[in-house]
Design a protein around this ligand. Structure first.
Ligand code: HEM
Length: 255
């Protein structure tokens, strides 16, 4: 136990912790994207998927949620500790030509990380707790929560769609640098492979970004099941009753 604590207090231990929590978050981002892409398979597929997630055995969803929260908090706290340690080790005012690029990358990582965290908080208030749009909570597709209608309603608002797209671009920037550093921390990056791994990290990050961005773009382009949305928007009291005919004009206006 003691040796484990002193390992985590060491610089390499902290780097390893950032890498492990990073892998957990990358796994979530991939899994969440695969789940979300079921949007293109139609309302019932994604709505059933949402219900299955919520009813995972042994409170599986809560295990995932708590695991994710722990990974996010550890990832952020350990990164902050590493930055403080690095600054102390180099001393204030230390300027080295070769490290300028690394400094910019670190600052970009910190900035994109903070912005992503703010995005995730908004995203949870929007789609999980429905605090931003409380009406989402009552939308049903049979027994399932109508996740499809919620996504269409959310992204029909252009400002929200653009906000999500910007967040996905930030995610790609954070992922591309993070995935490349991951190989270095795990000792998998040799000089020969550095370029290839950097390229793979870039491709991976931008493919993930394109996958997520495709959903708001599809909604804005009107590429969704309009029948499902109009049927769901009909007030349930009137769904069966035909709409009353408009009253005939009492008399034609004389010209
Ligand atoms: C177009 C992009 C995205 C869409 C359409 C989307 C959709 C959703 C939906 C529908 C839910 C709620 C599921 C439910 O409770 O029924 C959700 C939850 C969540 N999303 Fe996203 N998401 C997107 C991007 C992201 C990204 C990029 C991240 C992380 C970097 C993320 C992180 C989360 C988290 C942490 C939850 C909470 C999971 C839970 O506790 O249930 N999402 N998302």
């Amino acid at each position: 136990m003691n040796s484990c604590c002193s390992f985590l207090q060491s610089s390499i231990g902290k780097k390893l912790l950032v890498a492990i929590t990073g892998v957990m978050l990358i796994a979530f981002v991939i899994g969440h994207l695969i789940g979300n892409l079921q949007f293109f398979a139609g309302p019932h597929v994604i709505n059933e998927y949402g219900t299955k997630l919520r009813h995972l055995p042994f409170g599986g969803l809560w295990v995932i949620r708590i695991g994710l929260l722990a990974a996010v908090l550890l990832h952020i706290a350990t990164t902050i500790l590493l930055v403080i340690e690095n600054r102390k080790a180099k001393g204030v005012g230390y300027v080295k030509k070769g490290s300028v690029q690394a400094k910019i990358a670190t600052r970009l990582m910190a900035l994109s990380g903070i912005l992503l965290l703010s995005y995730i908080v908004f995203h949870l208030l929007h789609f999980t707790t429905h605090t931003v749009s409380p009406e989402f909570a009552n939308w049903k597709d049979g027994e399932d929560h109508d996740v499809y209608r919620m996504i269409v309603a959310a992204f029909s608002n252009k400002a929200i769609s653009i906000f999500y797209i910007v967040a996905m671009v930030l995610l790609a920037m954070h992922l591309s640098h993070g995935a490349a550093s991951l190989f270095q921390t795990l000792g998998l990056r040799t000089k020969k492979m550095a370029c290839c791994l950097g390229g793979c990290a870039q491709i991976f990050a931008w493919v993930i970004c394109a996958g997520y961005v495709s959903i708001p773009v599809a909604v804005m382009a009107g590429f969704y099941e309009k029948k499902h949305i109009s049927a769901a928007s009909e007030p349930s009291c009137c769904a069966e009753t035909p709409a009353p005919k408009p009253a005939a004009p009492a008399a034609k206006e004389a010209k």
